[in-house]
Design a protein around this ligand. Structure first.
Ligand code: DGL
Length: 262
């Protein structure tokens, strides 16, 4: 069983890609809605709860962990990999960076994410250590998360806000843009329009799912999935607008359990 965690509902965009690429696997999802957002919290807070959630997922039978939250990936994945040495831990940054390096031609890459992800510099560090000749332009887009959680993924207001954040990146002549936040793939259509069709968009959820598929052959499986009911979705508090978000991700409603283990 694959354990996937996020600060809330946004990680369902990652669960969606995991289920698309690995349909035979069961997943257990945990969204920390009681403590959301992570994107504006400090690194110690994000590390503390990322450890607690990982321990909880392992106790519930997860055999591999996907850190779907980019802020957790940025602040906590190194700590998790050190603390849980025997567990395969997958984070969002490594596969997204690998895809961006493959796609860029002019070596000008944009990264957008939460204030925490951008402040951590995790994406820039990884990109520049792979290729110091790159130009990396990173920008926090804090209004994108509430827009998506409200179910606003298109229309005039959304277009205006996206334009305001992304015009400076367009001016830098980036040819590749990494959507380094769980919610941003739901804005992909409008983001594409704002930056222009020539800019290649990296959806890290897709990159992660492909990496997971290639690696998971090594991870033992606790029996094949029998039906969609075998997937488990936990939230630490009532998720806001779950109906809308689950329809945006899965085109259907999902059954969830509300339980705060901490
Ligand atoms: N899941 C977070 C991320 O991908 C976005 C929402 C939040 O700030 O908690 O960084």
């Amino acid at each position: 069983m694959i354990g996937i965690f996020d600060s809330g509902v946004g990680g369902l965009t990652v669960a969606k890609e995991v289920l698309k690429h690995l349909p035979e696997h069961r997943i257990i999802y945990f969204g920390d809605t009681a403590r959301l957002p992570y994107g504006t919290k400090g690194s110690a807070f994000v590390q503390k709860y990322s450890i607690k959630i990982t321990e909880w997922l392992l106790k519930r039978g997860a055999e591999a962990i996907v850190v779907a939250c980019h802020t957790s990936s940025a602040w906590a994945s190194e700590t998790l990999k050190k603390k849980f040495k025997d567990v395969p831990i997958f984070e969002m940054i490594t596969p997204a960076v690998a895809d961006a390096l493959k796609k860029t031609k002019n070596k000008r890459i944009g990264v957008i994410g939460t204030p925490g992800t951008i402040k951590s510099g995790a994406y820039e560090k990884r990109l520049l250590s792979a290729d110091p000749s790159l130009k990396v332009y990173a920008k926090a887009c804090p209004l994108f998360v509430p827009l998506v959680e409200e179910g606003w993924v298109s229309g005039g207001v959304v277009k205006e806000i996206i334009k305001k954040y992304l015009c400076p990146l367009k001016d830098k002549k980036i040819d590749t843009l990494i959507l380094a936040c769980t919610h941003y793939p739901l804005l992909e259509k409008e983001i594409k329009k704002a930056v222009g069709s020539k800019v290649k968009i990296i959806n890290p959820a897709e990159s992660l799912a492909k990496e997971l598929k290639a690696s998971l052959k090594k991870v033992s499986e606790s029996g094949p999935k029998k039906s969609d009911k075998d997937h488990l979705f936990f939230f630490s508090d009532e998720p806001y607008n779950l109906k809308k978000i689950s329809h945006l991700c899965f085109q259907k409603h999902i059954e969830v359990k509300v339980e705060d283990p901490f």
